[in-house]
Design a protein around this ligand. Structure first.
Ligand code: BV8
Ligand code: ZN
Length: 252
């Protein structure tokens, strides 16, 4: 099937939907200038996961983990949502229910106007007590006054981010799964689909009857499992998809 035919089929499928879920990953923020993880020049080329994104790293060297996340919070100061984020937010004007399930912690979907965003890997803009005394900071604005920031209980605060080996926030993940299994279409945008259990969300939607549409310049581990895969950058494809679906729904 030619790229245009795939695009037409994706638009027709989306235009017939009522409930849409979109799983996003670092790729949707790439055109905003935010580095991804696994591509060349990605974060995991410069930093080792074991040193900055595991609970062991946080326990062993909280300063180093905080420096990693404080650097990412600092970089976000000059970053804006891009047309890909905006197009996903605009889908809310077309559909009864749009849910963004994001692996990203940058907050760009909310800044673009999306009103139902489930952050399954947490957020750069929240912090909580390392020891679990219950203290939370939401928002936890950049810059932190001290690294690592002290907690009122005498311990320190940690980024409210899901590190490797940690459970995803149960309530958020359950809500994401229940929205996915009700969806007519699942978009999969800007993710390599290698990190579980988030990567499984579009497959849960598909086994409950949804059509899965991937948007990514590259093929991914799960491309073969998806119904339609559109090759290209989210910032270009999603606005075109929004325009076409808007037109189709006006004439419908
Ligand atoms: C869990 C932190 C249950 C926040 C992240 C040992 C013990 C426990 C679990 C495991 C284990 N070994 C493996 C696992 C499972 C592990 C996992 O999946 N590992 C992988 C690497 C194999 N998962 C976990 O650990 C999860 N927890 O399983 O707990 C449990 C608990 C206890 C005991 C047993 C089980 C926790 C996963 C969350 C980890 N935290 N980040 C942060 O720092 O951001 S994951 C990290 O990867 C980010 O959240 C990121 O979002 C996510 C996925 O990456 P992507 O977003 O897909 O980004 P990537 O660079 O990979 O790809 C970018 C894509 O964009 C590419 O495809 C590219 O082509 C595309 N792209 C580029 N430009 C564009 C574009 N697309 C569109 N437009 C463009 N312009
Ligand atoms: Zn505390």
């Amino acid at each position: 099937m030619t790229p245009d035919a795939r695009f037409d089929e994706a638009a027709r499928t989306l235009a017939a939907a009522e409930r849409v879920v979109a799983l996003s990953g670092a790729g949707i923020s790439a055109e905003s200038g935010v580095p991804t993880f696994r591509e060349s020049g990605g974060l995991w080329e410069e930093y080792r996961i074991e040193e900055v994104a595991t609970p062991e790293a946080l326990a062993g060297n909280p300063r180093k983990v905080w420096e990693f996340y404080e650097m990412r919070r600092q970089n976000m100061q000059s970053v804006e949502p891009n047309p890909g984020h905006v197009a996903l937010a605009e889908l809310e004007t077309l559909f009864e229910e749009v849910t963004i399930v994001t692996q990203n912690i940058d907050g760009l979907h909310q800044r673009a106007g999306s009103t139902r965003v489930l952050e399954v890997h947490g957020s750069l803009w929240k912090a909580k007590c390392l020891e679990g005394c219950g203290a939370r900071r939401d928002p936890f604005p950049w810059p932190a006054s001290q690294i690592p920031p002290p907690c009122e209980c005498g311990s320190i605060l940690r980024p409210e981010v899901v590190l490797f080996g940690e459970m995803l926030p149960t309530d958020v993940f359950e809500e994401a799964t229940s929205r996915a299994v009700r969806a007519d279409v699942a978009l999969v945008v800007g993710t390599s689909s290698v990190v579980w259990p988030a990567a499984g969300i579009p497959l849960a939607a598909q086994s409950a009857g949804a059509i899965v549409i991937e948007v990514n310049p590259e093929a991914t581990e799960l491309t073969e499992r998806f119904d339609i895969s559109l090759r290209g950058p989210a910032g270009e494809i999603l606005p075109r998809l929004y325009e076409r679906v808007d037109k189709l729904r006006r004439v419908a």
